[in-house]
Ligand binder design. Structure first.
Ligand code: SF4
Ligand code: SF4
Length: 437
């Protein structure tokens, strides 16, 4: 694997910094470029963990061990504390383990509060009446909004990573949660302009707004945008009032219907059938194609990859990377759907649970399963998930749309040598390799 030209490192966190602007070749303190980059890597993984931890805490769930790790991880990157590259690889793997623990915590919080998701069809398109469009990841904020709008004649729509909310019994029971508008996070300027409704951004992946919808947009939780009103303490009255002032939406044809909400129990209820189909050679492989969607042109790969997969492959997916292909009708293999949407990015833990259950079902090790992971990454939550999968010793994963910019050749080579990490390439060639052709 090769990457383009880059600074060897960049660190400007202490007063010794070179030329008083930044150490870019080697640290004045002696820090080597790979250590600087591994420190950044650790910080990115930590940022990812904190996003999941934050949503768990919104629902009252915390974990002392994860909190203690975060302290240790942050402290390790302070000036003149740790110069050992191997230790930073170990810390990254520990971050991966802590992220697994955090995703389990958040999954428990979601299931305890809203029940385990069930497969649910979600129409894409507007329904006549006033509306509020909710984007981001906070199911807790969505629930509060649903409670506060119940019986008020306002339709609630999901956008991007809110789509999986429709699968939770405790959220789908609200009849005014009517559907989905738009696709992944980066279509929001087009989607928010198209539908003149009130908009609520509940977490990361909110874009700086266009002037034309700024005054009907609101944020909650950690999300904040200049010139956009921030909702405090889950009091969504200003959002509701704005929705009522705005013109009603009209009914749109619902040409696209997305199916989401495959929880671990639903998938594992199919375990005997899956075993039978695998042993009969009717299912050759499971491929998890998922992660964060990215506007990079290289991300077109994921649709082509899924479209060209043989009919005896089952695709598991999660997070907003699924919007590259979740409108495709892949059919089923004797009742087992060929496209299984497990949910949000934190539902990577559901994929892990399913994979571990499959190892027991087939009596094999994780890397002996007929399972390949094809990851798409955008931001630091994906970095945390990558290290979680590496902490599970998952080998032979594909990663795109680009290699992480903070990893130099030395780091990439370590990942290739130890984990057989591969960059995405040509979809057809990758499929041939994966299928052993
Ligand atoms: S910590 Fe080291 S590498 Fe970073 S700015 Fe200070 S001297 Fe430079
Ligand atoms: S999956 Fe990643 S890129 Fe997509 S909305 Fe969530 S955090 Fe953002």
């Amino acid at each position: 694997m090769e990457k383009g030209e880059a600074l060897d490192m960049f660190c400007y966190q202490c007063s010794q910094t070179a030329r008083e602007t930044g150490c870019t070749v080697v640290g004045v303190c002696g820090k080597q470029p790979t250590v600087a980059r591994l420190q950044d890597n650790l910080l990115f993984a930590i940022k990812g963990i904190t996003a999941y931890l934050y949503h768990a805490r919104e629902l009252g769930y915390t974990d002392d061990e994860v909190d203690a790790f975060l302290e240790k991880g942050f402290f390790s990157t302070l000036t003149n504390v740790n110069f050992d590259p191997q230790e930073f690889v170990k810390l990254a793997l520990e971050a991966g383990q802590m992220n697994i623990k955090t995703m389990q915590l958040l999954k428990k919080a979601h299931i305890d509060n809203y029940g385990e998701p069930v497969p649910t069809e979600v129409p894409v398109g507007s329904v006549k009446g006033p509306g509020i469009l909710v984007t981001g990841h906070s199911l807790q904020n969505l629930e509060e909004l649903l409670k506060q709008t119940e019986g008020k004649g306002i339709n609630i729509y999901t956008h991007s990573e809110m789509l999986p909310a429709h699968g939770y019994p405790g959220l789908k029971k609200y009849k005014h949660l009517v559907g989905q508008l738009g696709g992944p996070w980066f279509d929001q300027r087009a989607t928010f302009s198209k539908y003149p409704v009130a908009i609520l951004g509940t977490s990361n992946c909110v874009l700086l707004p266009k002037e034309e919808y700024k005054e009907r947009m609101f944020t909650s939780g950690v999300a904040q945008l200049p010139g956009v009103k921030h909702i405090e303490d889950n009091d969504f009255t200003p959002v509701i009032e704005k929705a009522r002032e705005l013109p009603e939406l009209e009914d749109e044809p619902k040409d696209t219907v997305l199916t989401t909400g495959f929880g671990a129990s639903t998938v594992l209820s199919l375990a005997p059938k899956i075993k039978e189909l695998v042993e009969a050679g009717k299912i050759k492989r499971f491929i998890l194609v998922g992660g964060c969607d990215s506007p990079k042109p290289q991300a077109k790969y994921y649709r082509e990859f899924v479209e060209k997969l043989p009919q005896d492959v089952v695709v598991l997916t999660l997070a907003c990377g699924k919007y590259r292909f979740n409108d495709l009708d892949l059919g089923n293999i004797e009742g087992v759907p060929r496209l299984i949407d497990l949910g949000q990015c934190n539902d990577a833990i559901v994929a892990v649970d399913i994979a571990l259950a499959l190892t027991e079902l087939f009596g094999v090790e994780l890397n002996e399963l007929p399972l390949t992971i094809v990851l798409s990454w955008m931001e630091q939550k994906a970095a945390a998930i990558l290290w979680s999968l590496l902490a599970l010793n998952m080998k032979g994963m594909y990663i795109g749309p680009i290699l992480p910019g903070w990893a130099n050749d030395e780091i990439i080579n370590i990942l290739v040598e130890n984990y057989d990490l591969r960059p995405i390439g040509d979809p057809e060639e990758d499929i041939k390799t994966i299928m052993g052709e």
